[in-house]
Design a binder for this molecule. Sequence first.
Ligand SMILES: [Zn+2]
Length: 193
Amino acid sequence: MKPIAIFGTGHGFNTPGKRSDGFMENGKVVLKENSVNEAVGNKLSFLYWFNKVDSYFITNEWHDVPLYERVKRERRIAKELKRLGQKSVFLSIHADAFHVKNAATGGRFFYKSEGGRKIAEHLTYYLENNGYDLNLRRPKQANFKMLRDTSSPAVLFEMGFMTTKSDLEKLVSDEFRNKTALLLFEGLQKLDL
Ligand SMILES: [Zn+2]
């Protein structure tokens, strides 16, 4: 059965997320993680709408949606879908940061449950084989709240490192963001649970 996607972006603009102070020679540019996450989330949301495929974007507001509220929304939607005999998956979109500049690169899918692991492997494989513009590290288990407390099989995607110049150049580019949203859309559409 093809699951219905529930997705959200990590951190509101005013809630703590990771940051990059950029690579400008004069002056400091601070890039908040949310601006990268939200751009890709909005594009993904557009693709579902444009292709007339049901989905739920749970952080679709201008104000910050707290973590506990995001969990609550996901659980409510997943429960309702289950009642209707539907399966669901959950995706949380993030961008990573490392305390040493230019020392870490590439994206990675995290999961907690066995169901999440299968989705993480599927999406890693799909993105790698369809031109994702950064390297992808192997999926890894993690105990993040959005993986632990949500009720759909869940993955958290760190798209790349905002603290590494070559990754950051991609993360701020509209072309990369469009491609990433498209690959996530296609990859999720090909899931069969
Ligand atoms: Zn994050």
